[in-house]
Design a protein around this ligand. Sequence first.
Ligand code: GLU
Length: 289
Amino acid sequence: MPPVFRFAPSPNGLLHLGHAYSALLNFDRAREAGGRLLLRIEDIDATRCRPEYETAIDEDLAWLGIAWQRPVRRQSEHLADYRAALDKLSALGLVYPAFESRAEIAKLVAAREAGGPWPRDPDGAPLYSGEAKSLAAEERAGLIASGVPYALRLDMDAACRRVAGLTWHELGDGPDGEHGVVAARPEAWGDVILARKETPTSYHLSVVVDDALQGVSEVVRGQDLFHASSVHRLLQALLGLPEPAYRHHALIRDSEGRKLSKSSRSTGLRELRDAGASPAGIRRLVGLG
Ligand code: GLU
């Protein structure tokens, strides 16, 4: 079977040099390995994603000289697949609804922090303090029936008891030089959100479902997602999905050393192109000359 790669942008803004680097690495790796490159549009966040950004992604990738196989998978068109995976995790007793708003969670965490340091996830966000896990079944049912919004969270302790000792194969580098067989530490993320009342999925859940359904064998993506791989391995193991290899790459940074964002104009592909940059020039700029 030829290896399968994917570039998976979210259409919530225009592509910048960081995306170009990731897309070109995927394209080059697929060519080198005699594999296939897929494009996946990660558009589950309906409030931020827009079709015109997807059109711009297509145009910018084509301009860079990148070719990908069709059909393009658009996550918003596959909610039933994610719901099925969520149902499977629920049937294992690993999912519970949490009804606190973001502001309420921030308050609960602040109260905990008054008593000493409270753990943070690898992205620096405080872990969920877990109150809703101990609600009685009738209380849960009552709250759901009352129509309040909720998030569906993974019971991380229970999940880690089911599948312990997970690792992944890292072909690239983690932020601290991790390479080769890396031990997954999903517990560092606490009870992650898997879905919300209105949306039967989340970034973590849709990524593992799609990578499996699309037969992705090597995930090439930025180091900012290195630690998320721990959650992805856990979900793969719980759902009985195959394990791809991972190749995390360094992030392109601006002249002040900051991670690029979709609003940093000087590194936007369109701006660079309008200023006369060529596709070969972009390759050189990201160090792939
Ligand atoms: N959609 C994610 C992003 O744009 C990438 C997801 C992934 O490669 O796993 O950052």
